[in-house]
Structure formats: structure tokens, C-alpha cells
Ligand binder design. Structure first.
Ligand code: SF4
Length: 163
């Protein structure tokens, strides 16, 4: 039974917006996936977006929670509103976790879906601000603990301690 949902891009899946997979995959992730401790999920692809796709950011204050509350939007740099796909992907990620009894998520930092501590500020200038992405915010609201790729040690301690 899996304990952790991992952003699919962190394991080298070709789901990133720019179509360039991560090559340097942490060996702990490979081990967890091989033994069935972890499973992969990409909220943006599951929300219906294609790879590659235009980069998107959360527009407005409050990060992913505000998007879920309807007070902020997600849009591409070209101005296309992609809020619906991001919210749909977040809901599917939550349903996936609940169905499998998953209590932990390892998520790619800075993503407007998966960022757990940092996101971009909505001006497409590379400026990072504190905040969660849409999926990270929804998972956290439902008691699923979210960790970034810089916190794999803490994640490992958390879920092995709960076994
Ligand atoms: Fe998909 Fe999240 Fe990775 Fe973006 S950060 S490609 S939404 S898994």
C-alpha cells in the first residue's frame, strides 16, 4: 500500500510544462516507487493540460488557497485562464490520495500546482514568494502532509515513523 504521492516530474516523468524531464532523480524515490511505497501523480496533466504547455502562475494574493476559494486565478503568460484545469487536477490528486489512504505528498517546489512553500508571484518575472500551489493547498486542507524535494529526509522520518 503506498504511503506517499510524489509529483511525477520529480521521478523523471515527461510531464513538466517545458517538456524537459528531470534527469537527476533521487535514489530514495526510485526505491520507494520500486517497492510500492510511493506512487506518481501530475495534477496538471490529470487536469487535462498537455506537455509541453505554456508556463502558468497564480494571479492574485493568497496562493493556491485563494484559487480554491475563487479569489485568485491561474493564468498563462499569454493570459489564458487555466484555473479550471488546475483546480480539477488538485481535486483529482486529493481523490487519488483519499482512495489509496495516502497521508504524505512529496511535491515539486515553486509550481503553481505543487509548490509547498514557494510559488511565483504572478508577474512572470521569476520572483518567488511564500505560498502553496493549488494541489498543495488542497491536500493540506485535508490533512495530507506536504513536503518539498528539499525535505526528503523529513518526509522519510515522518512516514517511516508512522508505519
Ligand atoms: Fe505536474 Fe506538479 Fe510536476 Fe507540475 S510540478 S509537472 S503539476 S507533478
Amino acid at each position: 500500500m503506498p504511503h506517499v504521492m510524489i509529483s511525477a516530474c520529480l521521478a523523471g516523468e515527461n510531464v513538466r510544462y517545458n517538456g524537459i524531464p528531470v534527469e537527476d532523480v533521487d535514489k530514495r524515490l526510485k526505491k520507494w516507487l520500486a517497492e510500492g511505497t510511493a506512487v506518481l501523480f501530475c495534477p496538471e496533466v490529470e487536469g487535462g493540460l498537455v506537455t509541453p504547455r505554456d508556463p502558468a502562475e497564480i494571479i492574485g494574493e493568497g496562493g493556491g488557497k485563494a484559487v480554491l476559494d475563487g479569489t485568485a486565478r491561474v493564468a498563462t503568460e499569454k493570459g489564458e485562464d487555466v484555473t479550471e484545469a488546475f483546480v480539477d487536477g488538485a481535486r483529482k490528486a486529493l481523490a487519488f490520495c483519499l482512495e489509496k489512504g495516502i497521508r504524505y505528498a512529496l511535491l515539486q517546489e515553486r509550481s503553481p500546482s505543487c509548490g509547498s512553500h514557494l510559488i511565483y508571484d504572478g508577474r512572470f518575472q521569476g520572483t518567488r514568494v511564500p505560498g502553496r500551489g493549488v494541489t498543495a493547498a488542497l491536500l493540506e486542507q485535508h490533512g495530507i502532509r506536504v513536503f518539498s524535494e528539499a525535505e526528503i529526509d523529513a518526509l522519510e522520518s515522518a512516514f517511516t515513523g508512522s508505519l
